[in-house]
Write a protein that binds this ligand. Structure first.
Ligand SMILES: Nc1ncnc2c1ncn2[C@@H]1O[C@H](COP(=O)(O)OP(=O)(O)O)[C@@H](O)[C@H]1O
Ligand SMILES: [Mg+2]
Length: 644
């Protein structure tokens, strides 16, 4: 316009000249298709602008406001469009022009982002210069379809023993980390990221609604452990507009998806989605969307489902990449049944439930074994780990129940005591400091030792010391063994033998002897784990009975021993079937049965007094036949008694 005016001034006024000029102008005139639509702001406030005249705007379209500010069209109403402004909106006024761009919100993606801290719109925040990315990707994308996916089959090694052993996470899985504040949720995320050092998993850490200091601490921690170089941090602080907090996880997801699309593996963690839901609620209320339960808008489920659905394991035809998601939900007073927690629990493939009372009693990581699950991760678990950890989850869950129950009981039978002892040691064994991830081989060796009784002679208070020493010993003196476990990924007969030797050697060094004879066939794969406890109990009972049997035939002593063994057996069955549900009625029944059995036995011994001295190890078959309740003859002595 200005140019034209100037030209107009220069021209001498004459109708001929004007006609010439117009002709010349018309000759060069090209009608270009202008794709942008222009509207005007009606009102603006709280980061929301109402715009008149954008009839053609798309949902989620990027809008251009004056002053290089962008916004996103969210409410497409009959006579206006409501859009959120991403960034400063104080300078916007009624009547300002707004243009559509024809694009959905995009962020830069690519390996150039690794090691960087960026905003949800992909602007660098770390002062390390421009990003130099070559590609962008829309923040919202429809998740991969069923046909392009494949079941998870590879684990994400978190380096946290309790998780890798009992609640394994597969690549492509969505595992929720849920718990109150200060229960170590962020710590688990960071440890998992740190443990990927030297592995093939790229990480994206999305901070939503945290304060800037916490984000800086996360970045510093990752950098300190050499983990930042394969990690992207997407940061939306609590002081930023709700919109940025709202976009952050989608942006992080798009950055992770880039790696998946390249056939690589990526992990994206959202810390945390509770604040994401809050940001969305704030935004929705400002957009005048009708509030529903807890004032969240009606589509708050879709908010998280469409995000988490984008985690996937692609099949070979589609590159074979994967994106694993670890969303975090912060609960209030351990209330997992609130609106947002239940939503996200139902979307994810399992949850790691962290409890503040565990955390405060020093059990860290504070994973509640009974309520945490991984619905698909079991298939992805390394075989070696499956071989050794089979029974552990059950044992620990029973232990916690039993421990709570036995607080009120004064005299416990031996079986219950044994279970409590074992549980206490396993709990100690699974405690782990922050930033100290444990490799697969060491984890397998430690858990094998713990579940096979090699810890039973170590005082509970010294288990952590034992663990530290054993860990060092394995990584130092047993490098080869650890390496072969990690490369073979399964334990064979030979490896079991080597493991046993290593544990025994270390126990001698530590000043404790091995508690008991481990099962002879420690190599029967998965079945082994299940049968082990039984076999052990049997061997123990047998040896006990035998040693007592070969002693001078004191009828009273044998009797007492027999009763004790029977008691123990019955109690064992009791705890195994339902630890917490020991009804007094059943106990009485069993006691009656035991008494009856004891009477039987007395009758028998009285009838055949000569048979007793024969109960020597040498005369085993005879002894076996004569031995009544606690004998090795029947593996379930309590069974028939109970049925009576
Ligand atoms: N395994 C652990 N051992 C010792 N301290 C831990 C462990 N995990 C977390 N912490 C500490 O507990 C505090 C809370 O952890 P954090 O991960 O920030 O909790 P959340 O994210 O659940 O609020 C932090 O000070 C952290 O250092
Ligand atoms: Mg946290």
């Amino acid at each position: 316009m200005n140019q034209e005016k100037e030209e107009g001034k220069k021209l001498s006024i004459g109708s001929q000249d004007i006609t010439e000029l117009i002709k010349a102008r018309l000759k060069d005139f090209k009608a270009e298709l202008v794709t942008s639509e222009v509207g005007r702001i009606i009102s603006v406030g709280d980061g929301i602008a109402s715009i008149y005249g954008l009839q053609g705007a798309m949902a989620g379209e990027l809008l251009e406001f004056p002053g290089d500010v962008y916004g996103m069209a969210l409410n497409l109403e009959e006579d206006q469009v409501r859009a959120v402004v991403m960034g400063a909106y104080e300078h916007l006024q009624e009547g300002d022009l707004v243009k559509t761009t024809g694009r959905i919100v995009e962020v830069p993606v690519g390996p150039e982002l690794l090691g960087r801290v960026v905003s949800p719109l992909g602007l660098p925040l770390d002062g390390k210069g421009p990003l130099n990315t070559k590609r962008t990707a829309p923040v919202e994308r429809v998740a991969a379809g069923v046909i392009t996916r494949e079941p998870v089959d590879t684990p994400v090694q978190t380096g946290i023993k309790a998780i890798d052993a009992m609640i394994p996470i597969g690549r492509g899985q969505r595992e929720l980390i849920i718990g109150d504040r200060q229960t170590g949720k962020t710590a688990i995320l960071l440890d998992t990221i740190i443990n990927q050092k030297g592995k093939d998993l790229f990480c994206v850490y999305v901070a939503i609604g945290q304060n800037a200091a916490s984000i800086a601490r996360v970045a510093a921690t990752l950098e300190e452990h050499g983990a930042l170089e394969y990690t992207i941090i997407v940061a939306a602080t609590a002081s930023e507009p709700a919109t940025l907090n709202y976009i952050a996880p989608y942006a992080g997801c798009a950055m992770g998806e880039y790696f998946m699309d390249q056939g690589q593996e990526a992990l994206v963690v959202y810390d945390d989605l509770t604040k994401h839901a809050w940001a969305y609620r704030e935004m929705s209320l400002n957009l005048r969307r009708p509030p529903g339960r807890e004032a969240y808008p009606g589509d708050v489920f879709y908010l998280h489902s469409r995000l988490l659905e984008r985690a996937a394991k692609m099949n070979k035809a589609n590159g074979g990449g994967s994106l694993t998601a670890l969303p975090v939900i912060e609960t209030q007073a351990n209330d997992v049944s609130a609106y947002i927690p239940t939503n996200v629990i139902s979307i994810t493939d399992g949850q790691l439930y962290l409890q503040s009372d565990l955390f405060n009693s020093g059990i860290r990581p504070a994973i509640s074994v009974g309520t945490s699950v991984s619905r698909v991760g079991g298939a992805a678990q390394t075989k070696a780990m499956r071989q050794v950890s089979g029974r552990m989850k059950l044992e620990l869950a029973q232990y916690r129940e039993l421990a709570a129950f036995s607080q009120f009981a004064s005299d416990l039978d031996k079986a219950t005591r044994d279970q409590l002892d074992r549980g206490a040691r396993l709990t100690e064994l699974l405690k782990q400091a922050q930033y100290a991830p444990v490799g697969l081989g060491v984890q397998v060796a430690e858990i094998w030792a713990g579940t096979n009784g090699y810890l039973d002679k170590v005082p509970v208070a010294r288990v952590r010391e034992w663990e530290e020493g054993f860990n060092r010993y394995l990584r130092g003196d047993q490098k080869e063994l650890i390496k072969s476990i990690e490369t073979k990924k399964a334990l064979d007969e030979d490896l079991f033998k080597q493991l046993e030797k290593a544990v025994k050697a270390f126990n001698r060094q530590f000043g404790v002897e091995s508690a008991e004879v481990p099962p002879a066939e420690a190599d029967k794969g998965e079945a082994q784990a299940e049968t082990q406890a039984e076999t052990q109990a049997e061997t123990q009972a047998e040896t006990q009975a035998e040693t007592k049997g070969s002693a001078p035939a004191d009828v009273a002593a044998t009797e007492a021993e027999r009763r004790r063994t029977a008691d123990r057996r019955a109690a064992e069955r009791r705890t195994a079937s339902a630890a917490a549900k020991v009804s007094t009625e059943r106990r009485a029944k069993e006691r009656r049965a035991t008494a009856r059995r004891a009477q039987d036995a007395t009758a028998k011994t009285a009838a055949k007094p000569a048979a007793k001295p024969a109960a020597k190890p040498a005369a085993k078959p005879a002894a076996g036949a004569k031995r009544p309740a606690g004998g090795a003859g029947s593996s379930r002595p309590g069974g028939p008694a109970e049925k009576k």
